[in-house]
Design a protein around this ligand. Structure first.
Ligand code: ZN
Length: 211
C-alpha cells in the first residue's frame, strides 16, 4: 500500500473505530510503518476528525518530519515496532471492556483472557498484562518492549490494549476481536462456562499461527 492510500486507510479506520464507540474523546491512536519511519495519529485529535495530510510522520529515530505532533503515546508504538520487525501497524485503544478487564484483580498476568473462541485464539492468541505506570512514564515503554518480542498484543493495566499487526487491517481486526472477547468474558465470568480446552486452543494455533 502506498503512503497516500495508507494515510486514507488510517483516517477511515479512525472514523470507524470512533463511530462504533471503540474509542472516545481524543483517546486511542493508530500508527503504520512507512519507508524508514512511521505515520501516527496526532495528539489531542479525536479519531473521527483525522486529516490524512496532517498525520504525524516520524523518522525511525522518532523525530517528527511532517504533520502535527504525534500522540503522546507514540513511545508505546515505537516499543512495539522496535521488537517486531514484522509489525506494519499498531493500534492502541481505551476500549471499555478491555479497560474493564485490565482493572480486574486476580487475573493471570501472563495471559489475561481465556480462549473463549477460536477467532480470539487466531487473532490475539495470548495477552500478557503490563503493570500499571502513570501516563507518560517511559518505564511503560520498557515494560511493553520486554513483552513485544513474544506478543503482538499486550494489555496495559488500568489503561487499555496495544496491538500490532502484519498489516493495518490485521492490527485493527485483532484489537476488535480482543475488545469483543473482553466483553464476552465479562458477560460470562460468573457463569458456569466451557472455554476452549488447552488441546482445542493448541489445535487452532497449529492450524492458524498468529504472526
Ligand atoms: Zn492510552
Amino acid at each position: 500500500m502506498n503512503e497516500t492510500a495508507l494515510r486514507e486507510a488510517i483516517v477511515r479506520y479512525g472514523q470507524s473505530l470512533f463511530e462504533r464507540g471503540l474509542t472516545f474523546g481524543s483517546s486511542g491512536n493508530i500508527s503504520a510503518r512507512v519507508d524508514s519511519g512511521w505515520l501516527m495519529t496526532p495528539t489531542n485529535v479525536a479519531l473521527d476528525r483525522l486529516d490524512p495530510a496532517r498525520l504525524a510522520k516520524l523518522d525511525d529515530s522518532g523525530k517528527l518530519l511532517s504533520g502535527d505532533a504525534p500522540t503522546k503515546e507514540s513511545f508505546l508504538h515505537i516499543a512495539m515496532y522496535r521488537e517486531r520487525t514484522s509489525a506494519q501497524a499498531v493500534v492502541h485503544l481505551h476500549s471499555t471492556h478491555s479497560v474493564a478487564v485490565s482493572c480486574l484483580a486476580d487475573v493471570d498476568a501472563d495471559d489475561v483472557l481465556p480462549p473463549v473462541t477460536a477467532y480470539y485464539v487466531m487473532r490475539v492468541g495470548s495477552l500478557p498484562l503490563v503493570p500499571y505506570y502513570p501516563p507518560g512514564d517511559l518505564d511503560l515503554a520498557e515494560a511493553v518492549r520486554k513483552l513485544a518480542g513474544r506478543h503482538h498484543a499486550v494489555l496495559l493495566a488500568n489503561h487499555g490494549p496495544v496491538v500490532a499487526g502484519t498489516s493495518l487491517d490485521a492490527a485493527v481486526q485483532a484489537i476488535e476481536e480482543l475488545e469483543e472477547t473482553a466483553k464476552l468474558f465479562l458477560l460470562l465470568r460468573h457463569e458456569k462456562t466451557r472455554w476452549l480446552t488447552p488441546e482445542q486452543a493448541a489445535e487452532v494455533r497449529r492450524r492458524f499461527p498468529v504472526r
